[in-house]
Design a protein around this ligand. Structure first.
Ligand code: KIV
Ligand code: ZN
Length: 397
């Protein structure tokens, strides 16, 4: 089995659906270009039936993106399909992504349709999409709460109708990792024509398990992961692209898979999204949060400054950050303070360093984090109050 994992980015579609994350056309075009630079295989550009703006944006993205596949989402309705097909008509690599719910709860309360009706709509939609576009993805919405036998039946039928990717969403973020793994394994074993399609996963993060579920799915045969930058998306979000990719990268000893993502573009992509939406990333967010590579505890700082491998499982440079962050706070030690001061151009004697250290710990008690400008002002005040010029603290660079 091929070990390459396709990264399907849905920041511009599922991500944008979350409150406060809507983007206008120029912003989406900018982000789409960055996603292409990031190296994602597929950019889901939008849901063209949702609005004229969405339609126009998907169309423009289709025109400017050359390397990544550009996908348009649609329900299985004829009008939706036509709109999606028209939106990606100029794309170098277009994909139609059509979906319908398959769980009994959705059939009963949302669609008010029988399984037979849903199966018929799915097959018809895929056949129609296929007659306009070679690359067709079918999603069984709420798959993780659907009957696996019905899923097997519908996926078999849509692959026969021309689907090249079948997606198994955990739409409501309900699945547990071993349960989701079992579902993917069952589908992989029981769909007779599965060799003609790629299994995709699309996990929501309601229980904080989206990344774990996606990785378990890969271990059981999935070869496409749907995810978003900074993990944005409906409710608690989607699987976070940076976490999925860096888990695969960092644990190659256990998961021997590749992605086409240029990991050095992860941090710039995250920052661009935050800047466009005006929504910052939580500081402790894995990979891209402000504190992801920050060290405050003295013991950690000492270790990291001697050898980053002591407390870092990946380098900040590998995700596009220029360096780790030594944060001076009340837990910091003299060693880290000395390095920080050297970075700022101050090369102090042991005695002077000790004086600064005492002042810094006092200040840290009051304001938690001591910023660079605080250090500079501590030193300049000490220089001003020192009577003897020979005791002035040396500023090296
Ligand atoms: O969560 C979901 O089920 C979706 C589908 C449209 C793929 O976003
Ligand atoms: Zn979703």
């Amino acid at each position: 089995m091929d070990n390459h994992i396709k990264i399907f980015d849905t920041t511009l579609r599922d991500g944008e659906q979350s409150p406060g994350y809507s983007m206008n056309k120029p912003e989406k075009l900018r982000l789409a270009l960055q996603l292409e630079k990031l190296g994602v295989d597929v950019i889901e550009a939008g849901f063209p039936i949702a609005s004229d703006g969405d339609f126009e944006t998907v169309k423009e993205i289709g025109k400017i993106i050359k390397k990544s596949t550009v996908a348009a989402l649609c329900r299985t309705r004829q009008v939706d399909l036509e709109r999606a097909i028209s939106a990606v008509q100029h794309a170098a690599k277009p994909r139609i992504h059509t979906f319908i719910a398959t769980s009994d709860i959705h059939l009963k309360y949302k669609l008010q349709q029988t399984r037979e009706q849903v199966l018929e709509s799915a097959v018809k939609a895929v056949e129609y999409a296929k007659s306009h576009c070679d690359d067709v993805e079918f999603s069984a919405e709420d798959a993780s709460r659907s009957d696996p036998e019905f899923l097997t039946e519908i996926f078999t039928a849509v692959i026969d109708a021309g689907a090249t990717t079948i997606n198994v969403p955990d739409t409501v973020g309900y699945a547990l990792p071993w349960e989701y793994a079992e579902l993917i394994k069952t589908l992989n074993q029981n769909i007779p024509n599965i060799d003609k399609a790629v299994i995709s996963v699309h996990c929501h993060n309601d229980l904080g398990l989206a990344v774990a579920n996606s990785l378990m799915a890969v271990q059981n045969g999935a070869r496409q992961i749907e995810c978003t930058v900074n993990g944005i998306g409906e409710r608690a979000g989607n699987a976070s692209l940076e976490e999925v990719v860096m888990a695969i990268e960092t644990r190659k000893n256990i998961m021997n898979y590749t992605t086409s993502v240029n990991t050095k573009e992860i941090y710039p992509s995250s920052q661009m999204l935050a800047q466009i939406t005006g929504k910052g990333v939580q500081p402790n967010k894995a990979i891209v949060g402000d504190n992801a590579f920050a060290h405050e505890a003295g013991i950690h700082q000492h270790g990291v400054l001697k050898n980053p491998l002591t407390y870092e499982i990946m380098t900040p440079e590998s995700v596009g950050l220029t360096c780790n962050k030594i944060v001076i706070g009340k837990h910091s030690g003299r060693f880290a303070l000395c390095k920080k001061l050297e970075e700022l151009g101050y090369f102090l004697s042991k005695e002077d360093l000790n004086d600064v250290y005492i002042k810094v710990t006092k200040l840290a008690d009051e304001k938690k984090v001591v910023e660079d400008h605080d250090l500079v002002s501590i030193i300049s005040i000490m220089n001003k109050t020192s009577n003897s010029p020979s005791h002035k603290m040396a500023s090296g660079s």
